[in-house]
Design a protein around this ligand. Sequence first.
Ligand SMILES: Nc1nc2c(ncn2[C@@H]2O[C@H](COP(=O)(O)OP(=O)(O)OP(=O)(O)O)[C@@H](O)[C@H]2O)c(=O)[nH]1
Ligand SMILES: [Mg+2]
Length: 297
Amino acid sequence: MKAGYVALVGKPNVGKSTLMNALIGQKLSIVSKKPQTTRQSILGILTEKDYQIIFIDTPGLIEPVYKLQEEMMNFAVSAMNEADIISVIVDPIRVEDQLRDIKKKVIPNVKGKPTLCVLNKIDTIDESERNKLEKYCKQIEGIALTLAISASSGYNINVFLESILSYLPEHPPYYPDDILSDRSERFFVSELIREKIFELFFEEVPYSTAVIVREFIEREKGKTYIAVDIVVERDSQKVIIIGKNGEMLKKLGSLARKEIETFLQREIFLEMHVTVRKKWRQNESMLKQFGYVAPKQ
Ligand SMILES: Nc1nc2c(ncn2[C@@H]2O[C@H](COP(=O)(O)OP(=O)(O)OP(=O)(O)O)[C@@H](O)[C@H]2O)c(=O)[nH]1
Ligand SMILES: [Mg+2]
């Protein structure tokens, strides 16, 4: 039996979460067109007869400005420390910048562990560009293997899995075989609402918003009752989220409800309340309360 942890790291927006969902075959991590969507580490557990791979989806590697971003970086670093194998995801946009970041932010945390460079979004470039980029990746010192995939189309996902398997250590499984993630239903509910906020709102609004599930009541008959707080930093952001005559909040509720019902496989009643917590992204105790503090090394 083989089992181990694989950290998926890389710059924001390169497709780490899309890749983890493709590997697990279910949407565990939220995905958006905007960078810095993922804020915490999320496990995706793939169990087969003779192996168990635990993927760790992480926030993108950034230069932190506020405390929330510092913690996001801590999640990524702590995932690299925990992992048996490190998989660096790169996309075809501004590859030189990404490779420089890998040298600075990934290689020092590798500590001799097998490290793969995965060139994602291969569907967006032609063969000559692909060859050029693969050559770049191969030049990084400390990378054991480079391969090209498309997380959204599934191209070469199997090759990626096989490569991981070849480096996976002999070990008994860490989790029971019917567990897909370390996270609770409450967590996925709040994340799916956050995903819709990333879809519907612009500029600083999605980055200033957190979603907290206040109540989650399963009823034997009737719909599951879920009440959430949508936390923003300023009154002006609250006004934007609610929208004229409450229209935006209504739209958000209806989009989120559909996704949550698909995920939970049951009908829900979703109640949302928008509340202002000034500068929560700088506030250690609020970050802790929202689950945004990474485990200390
Ligand atoms: N064309 C194409 N788009 C992709 C591929 N993989 C991911 N994307 C898109 O890239 C965008 C970012 O994907 P995410 O999975 O959210 O990226 P991420 O690395 O998790 O981003 P952060 O959580 O912000 O660090 C989304 O719009 C995805 O649909 C791919 O293989 N091809
Ligand atoms: Mg992500």
